[in-house]
Design a protein around this ligand. Structure first.
Ligand SMILES: CC(C)(COP(=O)(O)OP(=O)(O)OC[C@H]1O[C@@H](n2cnc3c(N)ncnc32)[C@H](O)[C@@H]1OP(=O)(O)O)[C@@H](O)C(=O)NCCC(=O)NCCS
Length: 167
């Protein structure tokens, strides 16, 4: 398996939106389902080009033979929270447990260190054991739980808040 991790470019925008629809259909762990995110190719491309040389935001993709199989992002929070960044990651189901999530997270942590982030924040479903295992492996600590973070089909779903302090 030849997986390449790279920064997303404008040319990836349609592929990313398609990817999000697929991963949204494959898991209930994300903020969206099979509908994906309500962005157009143009708005996605504009966002990607806006963050291309940014010290505050990064969007990474994992590709196999040109196909997007994973993504990760870090976005700096504003003003008095600018020492912190919010992190998200996903990998297509067919590719779970092959180390891709870990590779993406490693690159995000490198970017965070290079750009003086002090804390990486994330929120994860409390029953998402593989993600929690991955985050703990990289040093994230649980700092709390939101009991009703998602509501899917009338059912409340709790999420853990985790953070990693960057040296
Ligand atoms: C979470 C996710 C990104 C992980 O990606 P991945 O490529 O499978 O991650 P990795 O292969 O690097 O690591 C997965 C780890 O979980 C472990 N794992 C798998 N199932 C597990 C379980 N039930 N309990 C504990 N650990 C588990 C694997 O063994 C592996 O750990 P190891 O490398 O120490 O052996 C991926 O599962 C995913 O996209 N899920 C759907 C979206 C999602 O949940 N995103 C996170 C939102 S916070």
């Amino acid at each position: 398996m030849g997986i390449i991790i790279e920064k997303a470019t404008c040319e990836d925008s349609a592929g990313i939106l398609q990817y999000l629809k697929q991963i949204g259909a494959e898991t209930d762990n994300l903020t969206f389902g099979a509908e994906g995110l309500p962005f157009t190719n143009e708005s996605e491309a504009a966002y990607i080009s806006q963050i291309e040389n940014s010290c505050d935001d990064i969007m990474l993709i994992a590709k196999e033979d040109g196909k997007i199989v994973g993504n990760a992002s870090l976005s700096r929070l504003p003003r008095r929270m600018k020492h912190r960044g919010d992190f998200g990651v996903s990998v297509l189901k067919e590719y779970w447990n092959k180390g891709i999530g870990g590779q993406l997270l490693l690159e995000i942590i490198k970017f965070a260190k290079q750009n003086s982030f002090e804390v990486i924040d994330l929120q994860v479903r409390s029953d998402n054991l593989s993600a929690i295992h991955l985050y703990e492996k990289f040093g994230f600590k649980k700092i709390g739980t939101h009991p009703a973070f998602f509501k899917i089909g009338g059912k409340e779903i709790s999420f853990d808040y985790m953070c990693l302090r960057i040296q």
